[in-house]
Design a protein around this ligand. Structure first.
Ligand code: IMP
Length: 181
C-alpha cells in the first residue's frame, strides 16, 4: 500500500517498514550498551509510543521494565502546545534510571513537560528516546538522546502515529500529500 486516505487527508508511503525496523534496532543497541548492568524503567508516552515501545523492547539485550503514561497535546495536524499532567502514573521512580519513549518529538513541548514532571520524582537519571524527530519544528533546548529517524516538518502517520485516531496500524511511515496533488 503506497497511498492511503484517512478521514479528509491523503498520505503516501515515506519510510518503509524495513527501514523503520533498522533504525529501531540501532537505537536498541545504543540503549543496551548504555544501560548494561542496570535495569532501566522505560516510560512509554501513550497513545503513539506503543508501537516503538514494543519493537524497541524486543530488541533490547538488557533487563528492563516498562510502564506507560498518558498526556494530551495534539489536535488535528498541528500541536496546541498545551499539555495536561501525567494521567494515571503512580510508578515510584525515585533512584531509577528512566528512559522516556516517544513516538515523535515535534515542537518538544510535550517531552519537556513530561521531563519536568518526572524530574520532580527524583529518578537517578532520565533520557529520552523517540522513533521520529522533527528538528525543524523543535523549539526546546533539551537534548533528545536517542533518535531513530529524523524527518522533515511534514505531518506523518503510521507505526503508532495517527491522524484523528486513524493510521496507527500502518506499517512504515506515511507522509501527508498536500491538497490537490
Ligand atoms: P510536541 O509537543 O509538539 O513535540 O508534539 C508531540 C506529540 O504530538 C506527539 O506525541 C504526537 O502525538 C503528536 N504529533 C506531532 N507530530 C505529529 C505528526 O506528524 N503526526 C502525528 N502526530 C504528531
Amino acid at each position: 500500500m503506497s497511498r492511503v486516505h484517512l478521514h479528509d487527508l491523503d498520505f503516501e508511503l515515506f519510510i518503509p517498514e524495513a527501514e523503520v525496523n533498522e533504525a529501531v534496532t540501532r537505537v536498541a543497541a545504543e540503549l543496551s550498551a548504555k544501560y548494561a548492568g542496570k535495569r532501566p524503567l522505560f516510560v512509554g508516552v501513550l497513545n503513539g509510543s506503543f508501537f516503538f515501545a514494543a519493537e524497541l523492547l524486543k530488541r533490547l539485550t538488557i533487563e528492563c521494565e516498562i510502564t506507560f503514561v498518558k498526556v494530551a497535546s495534539y489536535h488535528g495536524t498541528s500541536s496546541t502546545g498545551k499539555v495536561t499532567d501525567l494521567i494515571g502514573f503512580n510508578e515510584r521512580i525515585e533512584g531509577r534510571d528512566v528512559v522516556i519513549l516517544e513516538d515523535i518529538v515535534d515542537t518538544g513541548n510535550t517531552i519537556v513537560h513530561i521531563l519536568d514532571l518526572l524530574r520532580d520524582r527524583h529518578p537517578a537519571s532520565i533520557s529520552i528516546a523517540t522513533l521520529l524527530f522533527k528538528p525543524d519544528a523543535y523549539k526546546q533546548h533539551v537534548a533528545i538522546d536517542h533518535v531513530a529517524i529524523r524527518i522533515p516538518n511534514d505531518f506523518v502517520v503510521g507505526s503508532g502515529l495517527d491522524h484523528n485516531g486513524l493510521g496507527r496500524n500502518l506499517p512504515g511511515i506515511y507522509r501527508i500529500i498536500p491538497n490537490g496533488q
